[in-house]
Ligand binder design. Structure first.
Ligand code: ATP
Ligand code: MG
Ligand code: MG
Length: 381
C-alpha cells in the first residue's frame, strides 16, 4: 500500500524534529521497510538529516516488541561506545523520539513509523566489490556481537518465531514431504535423501545450549554487507544498521549465515553447480574480521564451532528452499520455474564442499582460535 503525502505529513508532525524541513525523498535500496531521507535546516548554520521508516507490518506482526528490542540494544550499544570514547551518533543507530515521548509513531492508518539520526559520511554498499568490504562487514558484525556480549539476550523478543530453530525447520520439511501437495516429491528424491542423511546437523546446537555449553547471544540475523555503514574517510566498518531481526540466538548463526552467502563463489540461484564452492580465502578473511570485532568476547567453544555454524546455516537454508519448493513456493519469491529447487541445490552443494574442505576449515579456525586465546586481540591489531 502506497504512502500518501498526507500520511507522510501527519507522521512527520508527530516526531520531535527541529528546524525547517528542506526536502524529503525515498531513500536506499532496502526491501523490507519504506525508507525516507529528510533534511532539516537548523538556524543559519547547521542541518540535520534524518531517516524515517515505515515498518513492514506484514513481516513483523509485533512492531512494539520489535521496537523494544531495538531500543534496548541501541541504548546498550550507546553506553558501550561512550565508555570506549567512540562517537555514539555514528557508531550505532539513534532513535528520534516522537512528541509523545515514545520511540515510534502510529499513524491514522495504523501503520508504525520510526526515525533515526542519519549517519553522515558513510555508505552502505549493495555489492561486495573487494575482499576488504567483506572483511570490514565481518569486523562490524563481530564488534556488534562483542559489545552486546553482556546484554541479557534472553530478554529480547523473538521477532520471527523459530527463526533458526533448525529442528523445527526439519519437522516442517518432513511435513512438506509427507503432504506433497504439489506432487513434486518424486522429482527431488536426491535432495530429500540429502536432508535425511544430514538430520543430525539439526540438533547439535540445541543439545549444546541445553547442556549449557554455549551461551545465548544477541544475533542480528541479516548480516549482509548493505546492513553495515562503511566510513567514507577511513573505509572501516562504522555501524551495524537494520536491527529488525535482532533476536536471541547463537554467535555461530550470524557468522555461519555470512559465510553461507558471502564466501560462496556463485550466486545463491546458480544453475551450474560446478561454479558453486566455499572460498577458503574468503572464509579466512571473514573469520579474521569477525574475531577481531568480537574482541575476545567469544568463548573458546564458540570459536571452535564457527565452521560448524557455517555448515548448519547453509544446510538449514537449503532445507528451507526445498520445503518451499515442495509446498508450492509461497514463502520465497520465485522469478523462474524451479527457482527454489535451484537455490536448494546450491546450498547443498556448498554443504558438500564444506564437508570436503572440513579439515581446512577447522585448521584455519583453530589457527585464529589459538592466537586469539594466547595474545587476545593484540595479534589482530
Ligand atoms: P533490507 O532489505 O536490508 O531488510 P530494510 O528495508 O530493512 O532493508 P534498512 O536496511 O533499515 O531497510 O534501510 C535501508 C537503507 O537506508 C540502508 O541500506 C541504508 O542505506 C539506509 N539507512 C538506513 N538507516 C540509516 C541511517 N541511520 N543512516 C544512514 N543511512 C541509513
Ligand atoms: Mg537493510
Ligand atoms: Mg531489514
Amino acid at each position: 500500500n502506497k504512502i500518501s503525502k498526507e500520511e507522510l505529513e501527519e507522521v512527520i508532525n508527530e516526531f520531535q524534529y527541529e528546524g525547517k524541513l528542506v526536502f524529503i525523498k525515498p531513500y536506499g535500496s532496502g526491501h523490507i521497510n519504506d525508507t525516507f531521507l529528510l533534511k532539516y535546516e537548523i538556524g543559519y548554520m547547521g542541518s540535520l538529516n534524518v531517516i524515517l521508516q515505515r515498518m513492514n507490518r506484514e513481516i513483523f506482526e509485533k512492531p512494539v516488541e520489535l521496537m523494544e528490542n531495538v531500543i534496548g540494544v541501541t541504548e546498550h550499544l550507546k553506553k558501550k561506545i561512550v565508555e570506549m570514547g567512540g562517537d555514539p551518533e555514528r557508531e550505532t543507530l539513534n532513535l528520534i523520539p516522537a512528541k509523545n515521548g515514545k520511540k515510534y509513531v502510529i499513524d491514522s492508518q495504523g501503520e508504525y513509523w520510526r526515525s533515526y539520526i542519519y549517519i553522515t559520511d558513510a555508505t552502505s554498499y549493495d555489492k561486495v566489490e573487494k575482499p576488504e568490504d567483506f572483511y570490514e562487514s565481518a569486523v562490524a558484525f563481530g564488534k556488534f556481537q562483542g559489545l552486546l556480549s553482556d546484554y541479557p539476550a534472553e530478554s529480547l523478543h523473538d521477532t520471527i518465531r523459530g527463526f533458526h530453530d533448525t529442528k523445527a525447520r526439519f519437522l516442517a520439511f518432513q511435513n512438506a514431504v509427507e503432504k506433497d501437495i504439489c506432487g513434486r516429491k518424486a522429482s527431488v528424491k536426491k535432495e530429500i535423501e540429502f536432508v535425511l542423511e544430514h538430520e543430525k546437523l539439526t540438533t547439535v546446537f540445541d543439545t549444546l545450549i541445553r547442556k549449557g555449553e554455549i551461551p545465548l547471544r544477541v544475533t542480528h540475523n541479516d548480516t549482509k554487507l548493505n546492513n553495515v555503514m562503511i566510513d567514507d574517510k577511513t573505509g572501516k566498518g562504522l555501524c551495524v544498521i537494520d536491527l529488525d531481526t535482532i533476536m536471541p540466538g547463537l554467535a555461530m548463526n550470524d557468522f555461519g549465515d555470512s559465510i553461507r552467502f558471502g564466501a560462496s563463489t556463485a550466486a545463491e540461484d546458480e544453475i551450474d553447480l560446478t561454479k558453486v564452492s566455499c572460498d577458503m580465502n574468503l572464509y579466512e578473511i571473514y573469520l579474521r574480521g569477525f574475531l577481531k570485532g568480537c574482541n575476545g568476547k567469544l568463548t573458546s567453544k564458540e570459536m571452535e564451532l564457527l565452521p560448524f555454524g557455517a555448515k548448519v546455516m547453509t544446510f538449514e537454508c537449503g532445507m528451507r528452499f526445498l520445503t518451499d519448493y515442495l509446498e508450492g513456493d509461497h514463502y520465497f519469491k520465485i522469478h523462474r520455474e524451479n527457482h527454489n529447487l535451484d537455490r536448494c541445490r546450491t546450498q547443498f552443494k556448498l554443504v558438500e564442499d564444506m564437508e570436503n574442505k572440513w579439515e581446512i576449515m577447522q585448521k584455519i579456525t583453530e589457527k585464529y582460535r589459538r592466537m586469539y586465546k594466547q595474545e587476545k586481540s593484540d595479534y589482530f591489531g
